[in-house]
Design a protein around this ligand. Structure first.
Ligand code: WAQ
Ligand code: MG
Length: 272
């Protein structure tokens, strides 16, 4: 480890982006104590060069000391609902969002965005009422950054996620991101489908109902995917984007992780 990292015991933001012919292949980021920076960098690099999208011709790595203390929060509780396919997941998502107070026009627009081949790099922001996009750059969306998980919380979470999924890294990263997003009181819910053609589990998350995993949310082999954050009406968009991109947040506690339940069971538990 280089000397600049030796003399303080602060936290570092580590980011990796790998590309091939200027096309994005893989990326990863986290917030780590000094001792973890070196092994994490190695892990990120080996991950970049073994990605299924190809071997990168360029890997950008950045290591920056945090200049403010992170907010420490709990991960959202996790539940998985059983689901047959995209049709039933659309209905389920509609019911949950409706229960959270999102208007039909906004639900329709969100489903259009996530079930669309042209993925944007970040998330779309939608109001609860209208269908219009609220972020300034709609080609890019808003990228959530400055997120991490403490070493202890990560090992607890990994152990528990192994019980429910074979893709622990993917679920863990999504859960960390969704927990930061839900922690903002102006964001009511998040909806996500991976743009990875072979990853067919998505989720809908909210402070109200936690992180709800939806298997078979899309058919394998499609380029559909995306993220949508639903915002309360008349909020300060600039400060929400600042929170999502820049405010450092770390998961330091792990909430409950439940087994699979049926959609009906879930819906009756939230409406009954
Ligand atoms: N901030 C905001 N939006 C993002 C970010 C980010 N940091 N990273 C990706 N997106 C958006 C972008 O539009 C992508 O097209 C879309 O999300 C999907 O990204 O529990 O892997 O990285 O099993 O493909 C869900 C795990 C995995 C569910 C989600 O997303 C589970 C996933 P991907
Ligand atoms: Mg992806």
């Amino acid at each position: 480890m280089s000397d600049i990292l030796k003399d303080r015991n602060n936290l570092y933001s580590v980011k990796m982006r790998a590309s091939l012919n200027n096309r994005h292949i893989s990326g990863a980021e986290g917030i780590f104590i000094r001792e973890r920076v070196d092994p994490v960098v190695r892990r990120y690099i080996s991950r970049a060069i073994s990605h299924s999208k190809g071997c990168p011709d360029s890997i950008d790595l950045s290591i920056r000391e945090l200049n403010e203390d992170p907010q420490y929060i709990s991960s959202l509780p996790v539940v998985t609902v059983n689901n047959k396919g995209p049709v039933t997941s659309r209905n389920f998502i509609g019911e949950v969002l409706c229960d959270l107070g999102v208007a039909q026009t906004s639900i329709k627009e969100a489903l259009r965005i996530i079930y669309n081949d042209e993925s944007i790099r970040g998330a779309a922001l939608l109001g609860m009422e209208g269908a219009e996009r609220l972020e300034p750059d709609r080609e890019r969306g808003v990228r959530v950054s400055s997120i991490g998980i403490t070493e202890n919380a990560e090992s607890v979470l990994r152990l528990q996620l192994t019980e429910i999924s074979g893709a622990v890294d993917t679920v863990l990263e999504a859960l960390v991101l969704a927990s930061k997003v839900a922690n903002n009181s102006s964001i009511i819910a998040e909806l996500c489908i991976s743009d990875d053609p072979d990853y067919t589990t998505g989720y809908i998350s909210s402070t109200e109902y936690g992180y709800v995993r939806i298997p078979n949310i899309k058919c394998a082999g499609t380029d559909e995917g995306g993220r949508v954050f639903f915002l309360e009406d008349n909020v300060d968009i600039v400060s929400i984007i600042d929170y999502l991109e820049k405010v450092p947040v770390m998961i330091s506690d792990v909430s409950n992780i439940c087994e699979v339940i049926s959609q009906n069971e879930f819906i009756s538990s939230i409406t009954g």
